[in-house]
Design a protein. Structure first.
Length: 221
């Protein structure tokens, strides 16, 4: 197991690769110590270092959720790199920091970057924040297929029956991965319409889609 002093030497090294190595080694020491040590890296001049540090807050942030919220909110709204902003959204979702919902919603509406949209939708899915339902419905009409697909899964996770009529049309998507995600989403929602749709998908030409639908319709078989 690495010693905190040796990790600190890496974190303050001139080489960005060494600093990233130090961030990765923080996983092997006391999380409370690691949380304190990682914080300067969140504002590192190198984007790869910032990305690694912000991503690791998804776990280390549990040491001080309030301070983690402050750190991640700053990178979400102010970092000049999309990857770091997306990582901040991911970590906010992993930590279920619903206090950041307004920031996530604002950023979703203020950017056209699909990567940010995907990360925000995924984060809201993990948070389970009820206020996000309308935003997820909006994401279903995104021009980006990945955003739509992630939104389908998120609406299933929410368990809100209002999502059923919005999801059912995607059962006829030409993309089998979308149909597969629809099966997973609808299987978390209970209504006669859901069962009818899943019975249709149980005969899908793609075996993985059909099997997923059958697993819901016949859970004991």
């Amino acid at each position: 197991m690495p010693h905190p002093e040796s990790i600190q030497a890496l974190l303050t090294a001139d080489d960005a690769g060494d600093r990233i190595s130090g961030i990765n080694q923080l996983r092997q020491i006391d999380p409370a110590v690691a949380f304190q040590m990682i914080q300067p890296a969140i504002n590192d001049a190198n984007v790869r270092v910032r990305y690694a540090a912000v991503s690791q807050l998804a776990s280390l942030g549990m040491q001080d959720r309030h301070h983690a919220l402050h750190l991640l909110r700053d990178r979400l709204l102010n970092d000049p790199e999309l990857d770091v902003q997306a990582a901040a959204a991911d970590s906010l979702g992993a930590l279920k920091l619903t206090e950041a919902y307004d920031d996530l919603e604002k950023l979703y509406h203020s950017t056209s970057e699909w990567l940010i949209h995907v990360s925000i939708v995924a984060a809201l899915s993990e948070m389970g924040e009820p206020r996000a339902f309308e935003l997820l419905c909006m994401a279903l009409s995104s021009d980006n297929e990945l955003v739509r697909t992630v939104a389908i899964g998120a609406l299933g996770e929410f368990g809100d029956l209002r999502a059923i009529p919005l999801l059912i049309p995607y059962a006829n998507s030409d993309d089998w991965q979308v149909r597969y995600r629809v099966v997973q989403a609808l299987s978390r929602l209970d209504s006669p319409d859901v069962r009818t749709t899943l019975e249709h998908l149980a005969h899908d030409q793609v075996e993985s889609v059909a099997q997923e639908a059958k697993a819901y319709l016949n859970p004991t078989s």
